[in-house]
Write a protein that binds this ligand. Structure first.
Ligand code: BTN
Length: 239
């Protein structure tokens, strides 16, 4: 599946390198990896910090329309499975695709798509705090963590990378949208929690009831109304 892995010491963002690769006709499953990114980006136009010791990669795909909708779920699952395997820790997903360990963010996923010469492409971006010591999180220790902090040992980055690629391939090549949805839904810590969701248009408080096959989140607000959230930020309220 993966024939090309482009590795760099430092790039602005592996997302941009993967997009450029698409424009120059790079094959399906071209992987772009960088030791550091100087302008890493996250969801909702946020910046993403990728110091040495983190894993930053992008995977270029040319998905069919049915697969496109499942890519975010697929990526979340592939990474969660690979982390559990490489670092022997349980990873949860927070809607839409934050990777959490014991409630703290250890990584995130960003899916972008576009067209090149009339053909749809997508880039899955994966950022994981792998071997970053606790000092790096001193200021944000209540919201962020790393695999090495959580497992108490250095994690083999190459093993983790291999695991992500193997899991992603399994999900993508033997595509089963129902299976992907079921496992993703099961791993979401968000469901059943009281949440505050901030979207471009509104702030909605209520119970995170379920997710739909298209990945959107259903929140039941206290007035009994049901809201379908496609994109936004969700804060979990622990009661
Ligand atoms: C998020 O949690 O908002 C998503 C973060 C995604 C970060 C990764 S790191 C590799 C790839 N390159 C980027 O610039 N972003 C993604």
């Amino acid at each position: 599946w993966v024939q090309h892995i482009l590795t760099y010491d430092n790039v602005n963002s592996t997302m941009d390198v993967a997009r450029e690769a698409a424009t120059s006709g790079a094959p399906e499953a071209t992987v772009v990896m960088a030791a550091c990114q100087s302008r890493g980006r996250g969801r909702l136009a946020r910046s993403w910090s990728s110091p040495e010791g983190s894993l930053s990669l992008s995977i270029l795909l040319y998905p069919s329309e049915d697969k496109l909708q499942s890519l975010t779920m697929m990526a979340g699952l592939a990474v969660a499975r690979a982390i559990s395997d490489a670092a022997l820790i349980q990873v949860d997903l927070k809607w839409p695709n934050d990777l959490l360990i014991r409630g703290r963010k250890v990584g995130g996923i960003l899916v972008e798509s576009g067209y090149v010469e009339g053909r749809q492409f997508a880039v899955i971006g994966i950022g994981i705090n792998v071997n970053l010591d606790a000092m790096k999180f001193a200021e944000i220790a209540d919201i962020a963590t790393s695999l090495s902090v959580e497992s108490g040992a250095e994690v083999d980055v190459l093993k983790l990378l291999r695991g992500i690629i193997v899991e992603a391939e399994a999900l993508y090549v033997n595509f089963n949208s129902q299976g992907i949805y079921n496992e993703w839904r099961q791993r979401l810590v968000t469901l059943g929690c009281r949440v505050t969701a901030v979207t471009g248009k509104a702030i909605i408080e209520g119970l995170a009831e379920d997710v739909k096959m298209d990945g959107s989140l259903i929140i039941r607000s206290d007035d009994g109304r049901s809201h379908n959230i496609i994109a936004g930020d969700v804060m979990l309220r622990h009661v």
